[in-house]
Design a protein around this ligand. Sequence first.
Ligand SMILES: NC(=O)CCC(=O)C(=O)O
Length: 270
Amino acid sequence: MRISLVQMDIAWGDPKINRQRAEDWIRRAAEREQADVVVLPEMWNTGYALDRLEDCADQGELVEWMASTAARYRVHLVGGSIAEKKANHFWNTAYIFDRDGKQVARYSKVHLFRLMDEEKYLHAGDQRVSFSLESHRAGVMICYDIRFPELARSLALDGAEILFVPAEWPLPRLTHWRLLNQARAVENQLYLVACNRVGVGGRDVFGGHSMVVDPWGEILVEGGEEEELLTVEIDLAEVARIRRKIPVFEDRMPDVYRSLGRDRDGNKES
Ligand SMILES: NC(=O)CCC(=O)C(=O)O
């Protein structure tokens, strides 16, 4: 499976420009890189122009555009996430389409990131989402979600062999970004495909370093801090091989973990 990550810059609150940029990258990924799967970053339509969402959040048009673009270029499109307005609220939502342009998943970010004011403007999702990708199971998380090992683990327990992570992760926390992506891949023995943006948005400089990590924790490809398209071929048979070698999923002790949050005498900690 060939995967292309679109490590793009994002124009502040300007979905029209961003859509044109995204289309150029998707075309390149499909035609030049022969990608099977193309991945965009988080909130790629607007960036973090949260105080302008009333004017620029998507109301369905971009979802249709992503569907037709996936079909036109015959790629699976992990359409990063977009800022959208639905049911009178704003959401940070990932959409995924197959090669026919059929929507196969929709995931609204569960963990909102206070340091970038998300909780002031956005509604949080309350469900994890996995989907099928060419006879494999995949999951999706958005940026800050990677700090929550429980979410990645529950997706792995749902059968995910590959996790997609669209992001807008700032440069000052690059060390966390690299560590967390590798940790989620190693502990769950799956491929982690993390697509970050670059450039400046509001007060933040975004770090790039998009990457694909294999189930052994090796970084197969990693971007720099400029715009670029990263393409890599992955072999999903590796997941089963690594899981046979170190059978983490067979060795789990869920009964022990359930008692977390209790003190030594078994009383619930406040
Ligand atoms: N867009 C985000 O969720 C950013 C998360 C982040 O920067 C972090 O440190 O976590």
